[in-house]
Design a protein around this ligand. Sequence first.
Ligand SMILES: Cc1cc2nc3c(=O)[nH]c(=O)nc-3n(C[C@H](O)[C@H](O)[C@H](O)COP(=O)(O)OP(=O)(O)OC[C@H]3O[C@@H](n4cnc5c(N)ncnc54)[C@H](O)[C@@H]3O)c2cc1C
Length: 512
Amino acid sequence: MWDAVVIGSGIGGLASAAALGKRGKRVLLLEQHSVAGGQTQTFRRQGWEFATGVHYVGGVGPHPGAEGQFGRLLAWLSDGALQFAPCANPYDIVRLPGFEFGIPHPEHAYRAALLQRFPREASAIDRWFQACHEARVAAFTLMAMHSMPALLAAGVRLLRGKAAEAWAHHTVAQELARIADPQLRAVLGARWGDHGAPPVSAPMVEHALVTGSYDAGAYYPIGGPARFAQTLLPAVLAGGGTCRLGADVRRILVEDGHACGVEVVQNSEVTVERARQVISDIGVVNTLACLPEGVAPRWQEETQRLQPGLTFVALYIGLEGDIAAAGASSANHWIYEQADVDRVWTRPADEDAPGLFVSFPSLKDPSWQGPPTAEVLALVDHEAFAPWLQPAQGGADSAVADDYGAFKDWVGERLLAQFGRHFPALAPLVRFHEVATPRTQQRFTRTPSGAMYGLEMTGERLGSHAVNLRTPVRGLLLAGQDVAGPGVQAAFMTGLLAAAAVDMGIWRELGR
Ligand SMILES: Cc1cc2nc3c(=O)[nH]c(=O)nc-3n(C[C@H](O)[C@H](O)[C@H](O)COP(=O)(O)OP(=O)(O)OC[C@H]3O[C@@H](n4cnc5c(N)ncnc54)[C@H](O)[C@@H]3O)c2cc1C
């Protein structure tokens, strides 16, 4: 009998398992993939090392209060082993045809840079930041409503729920419509890839929360994102727990309405693991797919109203030589082919990606030993890859039609050519490239339809009870990005809050 079984070793699952381990609880952490870490995992090809789902994080700098809390909590769980290096400042660079703008931190520097570039828009800039502040307060209210015990959540809903839900339904495009200058609108709306919904549908709440998380600085883990798992797993082991890789949870066992364990398939062998608590970090859709039929029908029904979010194509590039001298830096580039930053890539077979996110991780990590790398992302509609995606959620990988390889290569060549046009001095230094598609994402992390950040980011999702940390099944808690929204920091916090729901002593640590 384990104190807790945690399904999925993404940052949410790692946080839960490590926090409970720190409190002396025996935790079994189960991961279907052969590598721990979920979207914080990295992989190596011929000496080049690539990260899958981390380009920068906020909240880990030497700041007091909420601005440095993520870092302090990580330091507690990792015994100080996890360290971060600051990225360049400006840390995000927005590029449109004939126009470029670097976004610096802290917020007052960003504001000043905007005012200098768009002096006629002073009052619109003020209004935008005011809206961001209010939306961020609403975001924290919504997060509290999703993660607190029912009675407290109801209290928060009563006091502040109405205003928070109004913000949840207010889109970024609605707020941008109050701004006259199209270039200013583009700069403010450009970074929607950080939460995965274009301005036309993205809740202002999420935009403010995610972009605001970099106001106190953008950082990269020293040693790469794989350090999250490497430094958090020792706490699990110290508590008498363990992490099993290649362990595919097929069923969550429910007896008398109480989750009491899981059925796991590992090396074709089925075993049952019993536990007092089950914490699921595999997303709400996958979690429901593991429940016995007929359990929590209203939860099932409410979840069916939520759709998977956009997915992405990633191009991993191995380079040789001095990439800094050729124009690369530790800042991220948000590149748009047209002034319209709203467009999603819907026809990768026939058109270039309307927008690219480009990052150079080897320049972000001061401990980097290997040859330099670049990572390119383009958000894409999963319909474009529908023939090669698994229809059922939560299923193990299956064979893929022959035409997948050719399509994947074609999309890769297209993205590489696009990258070369934007970074002509880097193009001759390219020695290797590999593409990941929505199918890759689905295979390695099991997100529905290969979604980049789990469920679609909408006002409805933010107000839905389906993504509450405490589920209608007693003993079953949810952690991860479906609960709090995308991002390593948000998913991590849900993991800690799930652990705190199991062991009240963890609440004290949250005050760090
Ligand atoms: C391309 C990309 C770039 C990103 N960039 C950033 C960034 O720069 N900064 C940032 O903060 N965030 C970024 N994110 C988002 C961030 O990585 C995620 O929001 C966060 O890591 C999600 O963590 P999680 O704990 O919810 O779950 P995940 O990381 O999705 O982990 C879930 C785990 O559960 C496992 N699993 C699924 N089903 C089962 C099963 N049945 N049995 C056992 N195990 C199972 C999966 O294999 C996976 O390991 C990015 C994401 C992507 C995809």
